[in-house]
Design a protein. Structure first.
Length: 375
């Protein structure tokens, strides 16, 4: 019987009053059961006939990035657990999951405290509908929830009392509504190109997708990850048109850091084309191997306002020029140290860092290092 049920995923979106933060992110079993009964009452009013479906609730508060990941692991886990529970043991086909002795029943249902400070918290739920009802139920969810899906006063009051918070709104949204809302949010902060590849990773992971960042940096989704060209090589090929190349390059790195942070939050790996995907929080654009006959490779730090160290160049100082071996881009806040360690091991660098105080580009808009004076 369970195999014939179709999952219709959704969320209860909680918009917190300004300055509010839940006392905790998980409900106990009993609390989740009480809330599930209240939500089921709300849904009976919104979606007549919903009683023919099984309702399942995860009693935990998530950020949107945690729910919108390839394979939708939170929803997939909720569905798997809900299918295991025999219908005859659940009152009215209502299933809920909360903590027992401080633990949720499965790790994907545990919210990450890293994302706990957002102004909107999302509680996942779903309907497991008989196959002959699923399509019409899904269509009604898309219309009714976004149109008039405000949670009842009883439901909102229980959440506020239980978690010690004030709410501006508590509203039911389908998962497709959540995707659409996230799309609008990303477009509003000029991240539409990133959403293009994220949407592919979520909804059509078997297809390739391309987009251009607002500064022209190409993004290419394929095989579960997003690839970009080496920033320095790409910028040199397109930088001659720019009025202030150093400023523009710093802007490209700023945008890349935004992309990297959101891709990491959505669990979509980022990599340089031709290199393995990395979760280390930095990227290395390798150009050449060290020449043992030349001086020891050195670190040169390119700096920009608002970025700190935008990039590290590894170069062997040769009189009259610098032989550039690699560029490293620290994208995550804590990535600089591990990146320097990895570069030092790979290239045998002197560990001293030469701060340049600016982004240093040559006449071809290529990221470079200072050339030692000729003697």
């Amino acid at each position: 019987m369970n195999e014939s049920l179709i999952a219709c995923p959704a969320v209860l979106a909680l918009e917190l009053a300004e300055g509010e933060r839940p006392s905790r992110l998980e409900l106990t079993r009993d609390e989740a059961q009480t809330l599930a009964a209240l939500i089921a009452d709300d849904l009976r009013a919104l979606l007549p006939g919903v009683e023919d479906s099984r309702f399942a609730l995860a009693g935990a508060l998530f950020d949107g990035v945690e729910l919108l990941r390839p394979g939708f692991p939170v929803f997939a886990t909720l569905e798997e657990l809900a299918r295991r529970v025999p219908r005859v043991t659940t009152a009215g086909g209502i299933v809920s999951f909360g903590t027992h002795e401080g633990h949720m029943p499965a790790q994907p249902l545990v919210p990450d405290m890293v994302y706990a400070d957002g102004p909107m918290r999302l509680m996942p739920w779903m309907l497991l509908a008989p196959a002959d009802l699923a399509e019409s139920l899904t269509e009604r969810m898309e219309v009714e929830l976004v149109g008039r899906g405000e949670a009842s006063a009883a439901t909102a009051d229980f959440i506020m009392r239980t978690l010690g918070i004030r709410l501006e709104h508590a509203r039911y949204l389908s998962r497709d509504d959540l995707l659409a809302l996230t799309c609008v949010q990303y477009e509003h902060v000029n991240l539409a190109p990133l959403w293009t590849v994220l949407e592919a990773a979520l909804l059509t992971p078997y297809r390739e997708e391309t987009a251009l960042g607002s500064r022209g940096l190409p993004l290419h989704y394929a095989d579960g990850r997003v690839g970009i060209p080496g920033p320095a090589a790409w910028f040199a090929a397109s930088g001659s048109r720019r009025d202030n190349p150093a400023h523009e390059f710093a802007g490209t790195i700023f945008e890349l850091r935004q992309y990297a942070a959101l891709l990491a939050a959505h669990h979509v790996p980022l990599h340089l084309e031709g290199a393995p995907a990395s979760t280390a929080g930095y990227l290395v654009e390798a150009l050449a191997e060290p020449d043992a006959s030349l001086p020891t490779p050195q670190f040169y730090a390119h700096e920009a306002t608002g970025l700190g160290i935008a990039a590290i160049t590894v170069a062997q100082p040769v009189p009259g020029r610098a032989r550039v071996l690699a560029h490293g881009y620290p994208l995550a806040p804590d990535a600089l140290g591990p990146m320097l360690d990895a570069l030092a091991e790979r290239y045998g660098c002197d560990l001293d860092i030469h701060a340049l105080g600016r982004v240093l580009l040559d006449d071809q808009a290529t990221l470079t290092a200072p050339a030692p004076a000729l003697h």
